[in-house]
Design a protein around this ligand. Structure first.
Ligand code: TYD
Length: 201
């Protein structure tokens, strides 16, 4: 079976990193070779860019923010994601192209077609096989995450636009599923695994 590229999306504090590790463990327990990674980040340069983009001290224009994230994504796809898939590993990634559309597009107001174009350039057209949107009401996301980084310092209106954007965007993504992130960790995990074509599940 060809290795799958699985992306977790959702607002800050929706439990993506917890699920990333739970899903990775469940796959490894089935003998599936897996790489867990994240955006922005996933390479040494990408992690530097992540620190820059998230630091509350680095005020920047929305386009600058997008270009830094896109640069980090290109490095990530070329140096980590494609090679891992090429070696037969499944890749689990927290955030990918939809995050840029939801945050920089719906959240910051940048043109969606511009972001699609830059995503295409950065990824060379590599699309995920499965996307799981861990969905949270904006008020819950907002309450869970006050003032930790540049995004988490945004207001409730920003979180609301990002959520509306995610729900709209995901409708045109193949094999994308919305999961209620207010459920327990084990229920969320169970729902994700139920959609994946796993040996023995
Ligand atoms: P993340 O590490 O997922 O933070 P959290 O665990 O709090 O969800 O992502 C950090 C921030 O980066 C998040 O607030 C959203 C932002 N981001 C974008 O705005 N655009 C993007 O394309 C990506 C990948 C992330």
């Amino acid at each position: 079976m060809k290795p799958l590229f699985v992306v977790l999306e959702g607002p800050d504090a929706s439990g993506k990193s917890t699920q990333l590790h739970l899903v990775a463990d469940a796959l490894a327990a089935k003998g599936v070779p897996v790489l867990a990674t994240r955006e922005p980040g996933g390479t040494p340069l990408g992690e530097h860019l992540r620190d820059l983009v998230l630091s509350p001290n680095s005020a920047m224009n929305p386009l600058t923010e997008l270009l830094l994230i896109i640069g980090a994504r290109h490095e990530h796809v070329e140096k980590v994601i494609r090679p891992a898939l090429g070696e037969g590993k499944w890749v689990l990634c927290s955030r990918y192209t939809l995050s840029s559309l939801a945050y920089q597009g719906w959240g910051r107001g940048l043109d969606l077609d511009l972001i699609r174009h830059l995503n295409q350039l950065a990824t060379g057209g590599l699309e995920p096989d499965y996307v799981f949107l861990l969905d949270l009401p904006p008020g819950v996301a907002y309450e869970r995450t006050r003032e930790r980084d540049r995004f988490e310092g945004e207001g409730l209106e920003f979180f609301t636009r990002v959520r509306v954007g995610y729900l709209e965007l995901i409708r045109s993504v193949p094999r994308a599923y919305v999961i209620d992130a207010t459920l327990s960790q084990q229920r969320v995990l169970g729902e994700i695994l139920a959609h994946l074509p796993l040996p023995g599940i």
